[in-house]
Ligand binder design. Structure first.
Ligand code: PLP
Length: 388
């Protein structure tokens, strides 16, 4: 008798991940993590100042090719500070993909600004640029070289493309579109450290880009984030804003602005330095994992593994299955069968525009995001799955 689709998916996943229970994504600590963290403890430099914070920032800038990197407490804080230093003001609208982790929209809200949701396409899993171009032509107008929403009357200040699961948005096309409409680009590269487009690191195309080092990311500091930019003035502002705007002085505590305590502790930065040394290895392992999954899913009808598009070199942070429309109604049965078998899988996020706090927000038609939202399943993606 022919096996059901959920059973075939379980079999294919176990062919790659083995029969034991397997997580969606586990961090790997095989480098100098213990040594560097011990050094913090031995020297008592564990908090918000220390050599690993400076080194982590320098290493991140060198790795990504960004002029500057500012380490902060998490990726959400990184986005909030990046939006603020880019000039996003309370009452502005910021274009955000509806198909993203909630932090992308929350960071906009933390600035007192309003997330305005945009559609995603299957080619990149990110902003659907042609559809957005048509929408902006209809929905917005230019006044004094600024973009305004014709319906709400509010300024549309910026766009936050997000590189979903490590797959780069078509940034050259987005740069063109943003320039035509006077929109600032702040890239949410939380998931795409190690991903390149045309040889350039994601997070370095926009005015600013942000990273996350949460425990589930390709490298982790336990919790952490960073802001990337080529603009020295913005980097300096970001550092000030994330460190309580304290004026440098040997003993005086003078702060000249209401600011945040978003600094990354030295302990976490120590972990980050050790992890960054292993990043190329993690990317290579994840790229091998794609080949293993491709072979395993070769004969599973209606299910494809998402592959990078030409010009992209993705970090494949989370491996992604896309169900054909005809079998989309089996998504939940596949999720149940795989999780029952001990193979952790999960659907992509609910559309942000459907969450209670964002239901009344402005939004373009979300045809692509809605379709992808029903058809995507993430499967075990830990780099160590390819060790054997
Ligand atoms: C797309 C995206 N944006 C932002 C964040 C926020 O990062 P953090 O959890 O470090 O605040 C995450 C991950 O957690 C993410 O996946």
């Amino acid at each position: 008798m022919r096996q059901s689709l959920p059973a075939l998916v379980v079999k294919a996943l176990q062919q790659v991940a083995g029969q034991d229970p397997v997580a969606l994504h586990e961090p790997a600590f095989n480098g100098h993590e213990w040594d560097y963290v011990k050094e913090c403890i031995d020297t008592r430099w564990v908090s918000s100042v220390g050599k690993f914070v400076d080194r982590f920032e320098q290493d991140l800038a060198a790795y990504t090719g960004a002029g500057y990197a500012v380490a902060v407490s998490n990726g959400t804080a990184a986005l909030q500070v990046a939006l603020l230093v880019a000039g996003v003001e309370p009452g502005n609208e910021v274009l955000v993909p509806a198909l993203s982790f909630v932090a992308t929209a929350n960071a906009v809200s933390h600035c007192g600004a309003i997330p305005h949701f945009v559609d995603s396409d299957e080619a990149t899993l990110g902003v659907d640029i042609p559809a957005l171009a048509r929408y902006l032509d209809e929905q917005t107008e230019q006044r004094h070289c600024q973009c305004y929403n014709r319906t709400t009357g509010r300024r549309v200040a910026a766009i936050v493309p997000m590189h979903t699961f490590g797959h780069p948005v078509d940034m050259p096309a987005l740069l063109d579109l943003a320039a035509r409409h006077n929109l600032t680009i702040i890239e949410d590269a939380a998931e795409s450290l190690g991903s390149l487009l045309d040889g350039r690191h994601t997070g370095t195309f926009g005015l600013l880009g942000t990273l996350s080092f949460n425990g589930n990311k390709i490298i982790t500091t336990g919790g952490g984030g960073a802001i990337l930019t080529d603009n020295k003035e913005l980097a300096t502002k970001a550092k000030r804003l994330s460190t309580t705007a304290k004026l440098p002085h040997r003993w005086a505590f003078v702060h000249d602005e209401v600011a945040f305590n978003y600094r990354l502790p030295n302990l976490n930065a120590a972990l980050g330095c050790a992890q960054l040394e292993q990043l190329d290895g993690f990317v290579a392992q994840k790229r091998q994992l794609v080949d293993r999954y491709l072979a395993a899913f070769d004969n599973v009808p209606g299910v494809s593994l998402y592959r990078e598009r030409p010009g992209a070199r993705a970090n494949y942070w989370l491996q992604t299955l896309i169900l054909d429309q005809e079998v989309a109604d089996q998504r939940d049965s596949i999720l149940a069968a795989t999780n029952d078998a001990g193979v952790m899988t999960r659907p992509i996020w609910e559309l942000l525009s459907s969450l209670p706090m964002y239901q009344a927000n402005p939004s373009m038609e979300l045809t692509g995001a809605r379709s992808l939202g029903q058809r995507i399943i993430n499967i075990p993606s830990s780099p160590e799955l390819v060790r054997g």
